[in-house]
Design a protein around this ligand. Structure first.
Ligand code: UFG
Length: 329
């Protein structure tokens, strides 16, 4: 029996594949390589290049393989892009999920672990954010992910499928081997951008605003190591395979770090001074996003192993030193 990983060539999906294979699972990867990289796919995974919106393609994969469960990462994931091109997000992310569910039903595949996001909550009404927090997305990316969650939920009710939706906060860091890590084009995420400076790919960091109501005026985020995040996916998969019911969990470290704190930590890790400038706020950035992951800890028995941001930045630095151009070369 195999686990299908959609988006297994992307940042988070590729780490899922590495960890599953490390634990002895047979893994099938589906990815259209729109934003993923072929060389991020574990060599022992069986790879089908194609788009989840293509029913015939997906049917072929389910026909060939004995799939027991799905980890669904395939999606576009840039908040800014989603504001400019919302229909791309509703088509690829929402419609893609609908087709995936149709084929799962056709082939009697009963379990799905879904890659959701803190962006489903929108502007926080309180922190730490728990799963009872209202879901009022403020961008099409978050809206699409919430729609995907709802579609999965209704489908699960009707067709005896079980799911776990995992709402991630700020995922960061890289695999301990340094072989795979976070690489987007264009890069918008804070840690890879900070590390481009000591890697001589960028002159300085632009900090988006220092007039927020936070400890030092810069935005506060909850950074979770990719390996801890994937560990939660595997626990969720086992939870479903052993017959437990569908559920939604937040995944974060529960600790908030400001941008200045991240910058300082990166300077300590890289042993270099990292120049910066403060520029205008980026539209749509909440001041503080911190997760309560108590539910995942209690029910999935999950416990993050990387407890400080220096460890997260260290693992990211290891990857970026090996891949200064990301996966491009
Ligand atoms: N930031 C900068 N300069 C940069 C890049 C980022 O100051 O060059 C700041 C941002 O303004 C933000 C923080 O660093 O305050 C983190 O920014 P990221 O873009 O790394 O991450 P976000 O918090 O915007 O986004 C994350 C996930 C999204 C998810 C969102 C949920 O990456 O996928 O949380 O709100 F949608």
């Amino acid at each position: 029996m195999a686990i299908l990983v959609t988006g297994g060539a992307g940042y988070i999906g590729s780490h899922g594949v590495y960890q599953l294979i490390g634990l002895g699972y047979e893994v099938i990867v589906v990815d259209n390589l729109e934003t993923g990289y072929k060389n991020a796919i574990h060599p022992e995974a069986k790879f089908y290049q194609g788009d989840i919106r293509n029913r015939d393609f997906l049917r072929e994969v389910f026909e060939q393989e004995n799939i027991e469960g799905v980890m669904h990462f395939a999606a576009n994931s840039l908040v800014g892009e989603s504001m400019k091109n919302p229909l791309k997000y509703f088509d690829n992310n929402v419609h893609g999920t609908q087709v995936l569910l149709e084929i799962m039903i056709e082939y009697h595949v009963k379990h799905i672990v879904f890659s959701s996001t803190a962006a489903t909550y929108g502007e926080p009404q309180y922190v730490p954010i728990d799963e009872f927090h209202p879901t009022q997305p403020i961008n099409p990316y978050g809206e699409a992910k919430l729609m995907m969650e709802r579609i999965i939920d209704w489908t699960a009710k009707a067709f005896d499928i079980t799911y776990v939706s995992l709402r991630y906060f700020n995922v960061a860091g890289a695999h301990s081997s340094g072989k795979i890590g976070e690489s987007h084009l264009p890069e918008t995420h804070l840690i890879p951008i900070i590390l481009q400076v000591p890697n001589h790919k960028r002159e300085k960091l632009s900090i988006y605003g220092e007039d927020y109501e936070t400890k030092d005026g810069t935005c506060v985020r909850d950074y979770i190591h990719i390996e801890d995040l994937i560990d939660a996916h595997i626990k969720a998969l086992k939870y479903l395979l052993s017959g437990h019911k569908s559920d939604i969990f937040n995944l974060g470290s529960g600790e908030g770090y400001s941008i200045y704190e991240m910058l300082k930590a990166a300077e300590n890790v890289t042993k270099q001074t990292i120049p910066y400038e403060v520029v205008q706020r980026r539209p749509g950035d909440p001041a503080v996003l911190v997760a309560s992951s108590t539910k995942a800890k209690e029910i999935l028995k999950w416990a993050p192993k990387y407890n400080n941001v220096s460890q997260i930045i260290e693992s990211a630095w290891h990857f970026h030193q090996n891949h200064p151009e990301g996966f491009e070369v």
